[in-house]
Design a protein around this ligand. Structure first.
Ligand code: 1GP
Length: 252
């Protein structure tokens, strides 16, 4: 089964999917093996791998490690063309539709497309939208584009609809890694109710209650990254997974 199909099946069965972002600069080796095992045991549905800026060159190693110890899909989340690898199961083929920077809308994609084809990695067309989240994030700085103001859900909705009409498979509402504030619930709600494609929400989600709120407001996929870079938080992975899988849990 293709990765996109798998994610859609999870959304249908569990109410939403939970993907954990792995930044190869932050975790590798034995610690990565332990973390991946722990995530799989705790109900995580897959891994995003990458980042806006990658300082190390261990992407292939990290992907190989993940696939050697887990059957969960690893999906590239590339900050640049250099983050394409045949060792991944899929790639979020992202166009930064919240910005007006032609390079990030279509330019780098022209360079990336033949590499993706050659690698045989499954592309998942994704409309990527940066949402203002308190202070400037790495994604914002690196892409040189301004985010959608957090009090303008109608701009986010119109942008997301355009992505759907252009044939994209997912829309990703991104607060940015380590964001001060997560994407506002009101925006998640307005965007999700207008769309018939799944909405991914990530950035600044640090507790299970916030993760669940995103799903209750219509998110189909929730991403966390930063929070679980601290081993002291690992015991909470299951709590996050249970909160996101709204169809599987009983709310007391
Ligand atoms: C970033 O949405 C992801 O691209 C995850 O963000 O690291 O803040 O959880 P955090």
């Amino acid at each position: 089964m293709e990765v996109q199909e798998k994610i859609n099946k999870t959304i249908l069965e569990k109410g939403a999917a939970y993907l954990v972002l792995i930044d190869p600069d932050e975790i590798s080796g034995e610690r990565l093996i332990n973390f991946v095992h722990h995530c799989e045991k705790s109900g995580v549905d897959g891994f995003l791998v990458g980042g806006s800026l990658m300082m190390s060159d261990i992407l292939d190693d990290v992907l190989e490690t993940i696939s050697s110890v887990s059957s969960l899909p690893s999906i590239l989340f590339p900050g640049s063309v250099s983050q394409i690898s045949s060792k991944a199961d899929a790639i979020l083929f992202i166009s930064l539709i919240s910005g007006r920077n032609a390079e990030h809308l279509i330019g780098t994609h022209v360079i990336a497309a033949p590499i993706v084809k050659k690698c045989g990695v499954e592309p998942i067309s994704t409309g990527y939208m940066l949402i203002e989240s308190g202070s400037k994030t790495t994604a914002e700085y690196m892409s040189g584009s301004s985010p959608i103001p957090r009090n303008k859900p109608e701009i986010a909705t119109a942008t997301a609809l355009a992505a759907e009409y252009l044939g994209m498979n997912f829309v990703y509402l991104e607060g940015g890694s380590g964001a001060e504030k997560s994407v506002p619930n009101e925006m998640v709600k307005m965007v999700s109710s207008a769309l018939s494609i799944p909405v991914i929400v990530g950035g600044g989600i640090r507790d299970s209650k916030t993760a669940r709120e995103k799903v209750e407001n219509g998110a189909s996929v929730v991403i966390t990254g930063n929070f679980f870079e601290d081993d002291n938080n690992w015991h909470l992975v299951k709590e996050f997974a249970d909160a996101i899988h709204v169809k599987e849990t009983v709310v007391v």
